[in-house]
Design a binder for this molecule. Structure first.
Ligand code: URP
Ligand code: ZN
Ligand code: ZN
Length: 472
């Protein structure tokens, strides 16, 4: 099957040009000047299908490097399965996700990874990879980390938060980072001081401050700054590179920036919720509404300027990527477990469908350039997590993961429009986007076109990832 995507503006992280994209089977065969001939033949007359992209952007498919489909958490499980969550991703122009396989203390890492393969296999609409959560750092899990790269898993996540669930203490972190330095695995860190947060949260609940807003008060920015600094120092000692997930505090960005200025190989990811939503307006919404926005790290105060600082970090490259941390829970039966006690609200927001649109709105409002949009949503994730070349760029030989994005289109999120995530609400209700995902192609197969969905569970394949390109 040959497809020509003609008449559009191809946008890669490195620049844009008017060009046609020839797709042959699952890969990009050529990126051609408009109307070019190949071996004297008019290309459009020799393909099976032409996609008209006139006036539109043609970009590499989005890569969401931080999702939690079906994550067991807070006494329940994230409401999107691999089937529903990856279908929603496809609708929104994301053609690859990297989800987290979960190992807890006492479990074998190999069994955890196998269990996540079993959940995802044959279910996914788009390609998927795994990071490994190591929730119990001990001799056995450290040894198992040596085999991860052979399994196509080149990164793992540790937690400085969630005591009794996922938390690693400093000694465990040090040992795991030493193993990372030895093996080339990339250390991903949830950087919040969990034990101190738990004390603050308990004190707030005892004082009758039980509303969702107090989730943000307990998880103060000092908790994020302190943990980010500690993680940076431990990484520096071991020589391991460090990738800090879901950064929301401007002080944490400053810690990352200072470490990078000293020459340390550290990176930061933020998420759409930390760019757009706030402690005051969203976590502090009346009644129990704020529960929709309970996630960790928490939404930060707009008065303190964290959101502006996140945009700034994306421009200055103090932050390198935007992922969603997609971890959806319904209000009914899940978030409402925390009625009367914010510590019992399952943590997470669902955004996998909206990341490409929400970040494109940053282009419209002048926060980032068109090329930077592609870079932070696709190219850098591919480079950071060992997929670049096949993913994250439109060049001959790359996977034909292609999105045709219409800058003259419009996307209304919520207000009666159904999204495709398995949630009974949306944190993005009411957001208006001055652009639209028109066509989504995954390895040459059109999944979304003209408002219709043409994919099937099992279209997506496991991506065996190599080493991060950011290792030295
Ligand atoms: O609120 C969040 N982030 N839930 C998912 C778990 C995590 O820490 O990433
Ligand atoms: Zn986390
Ligand atoms: Zn997460």
């Amino acid at each position: 099957m040959k497809t020509l995507i003609s008449g559009g503006t191809v946008v890669n992280a490195t620049g844009r040009s008017r060009a046609d994209v020839l797709v042959d089977g699952e890969t990009v065969a050529a990126v051609l000047a408009p109307g070019s001939t190949l071996l004297g033949f008019d290309v459009s007359a020799h393909v099976d299908r032409v996609v008209d992209a006139t006036g539109k952007y043609v970009i590499p498919g989005g890569i969401d490097a931080h999702t939690h489909m079906e994550l067991p958490f807070g006494g329940t499980s994230a409401s999107d399965t691999f089937e529903t969550g990856t279908r929603a991703a496809a609708w929104g122009g994301t053609t690859t996700i990297v989800d987290f396989a979960v190992q807890r203390a006492g479990e074998r890492v190999q069994d955890a990874l196998e269990a996540w393969h079993a959940k995802a296999a044959g279910q996914c609409a788009v390609d998927y990879g795994f990071h490994q959560i190591v929730g119990g750092v001990d001799a056995a899990s450290l040894q198992a980390m040596e085999g991860l790269l052979d399994e196509g898993v080149s990164s793992f996540k540790l937690f400085m938060a969630y005591p009794g669930v996922f938390l690693s203490d400093d000694g465990q972190i040090l040992r795991a980072m030493q193993k990372a330095a030895e093996t080339g695995l990339l250390t991903m860190m949830h950087a919040e001081n969990g034990p101190a947060i738990d004390v603050l949260a308990q004190q707030l609940v005892e004082a009758g401050r039980t509303d969702p807003y107090f989730h943000g008060v307990a998880r103060a920015w000092q908790m994020e700054e302190e943990a980010t600094h500690r993680a940076i120092m431990l990484a520096d000692l071991t020589g391991a590179p460090l990738y800090v997930v879901h950064v929301s505090a401007k002080q944490a960005v400053e810690q990352l920036a200072a470490a990078r200025d000293r020459g340390q190989n550290v990176f930061g990811e933020t998420c759409p919720q930390y760019l757009y939503l706030s402690l005051e307006e969203h976590l502090g919404a009346p009644g129990f509404e704020g529960a929709k926005y309970v996630c960790s790290t928490p939404l930060r105060s707009r008065a303190e300027g964290h959101q502006d600082h996140m945009w700034r970090g994306l421009r200055t490259n103090d932050l390198q990527m935007v992922s969603t941390d997609h971890c959806p829970f319904c209000m009914k039966g899940q978030k409402d477990l925390g009625l009367g006690d914010f510590t019992k609200i399952p943590n997470g927001i669902g955004s996998v469908e909206h990341r490409m649109d929400l970040m494109y709105q940053g282009v419209v409002t002048g926060e980032i350039s068109l090329e930077r949009w592609v870079e932070i949503t696709s190219t850098t994730p591919a480079r950071m997590f060992g997929m670049y070349g096949t993913k994250g760029v439109l060049v001959p030989g790359a996977d034909a993961d292609v999105v045709v994005y219409d800058p003259a289109g419009h996307t209304s999120i919520g207000y009666g429009r159904t999204h495709h995530m398995n949630m009974d609400h949306s944190a993005w209700e009411g957001f208006e986007i001055d652009g639209h995902v028109d066509v989504v192609m995954s390895r040459g197969k059109v999944l979304v076109d003209q408002g219709g969905y043409h994919g099937r569970p099992g279209d997506g394949r496991f991506v065996r990832r190599g080493l991060s390109q950011y290792l030295v």
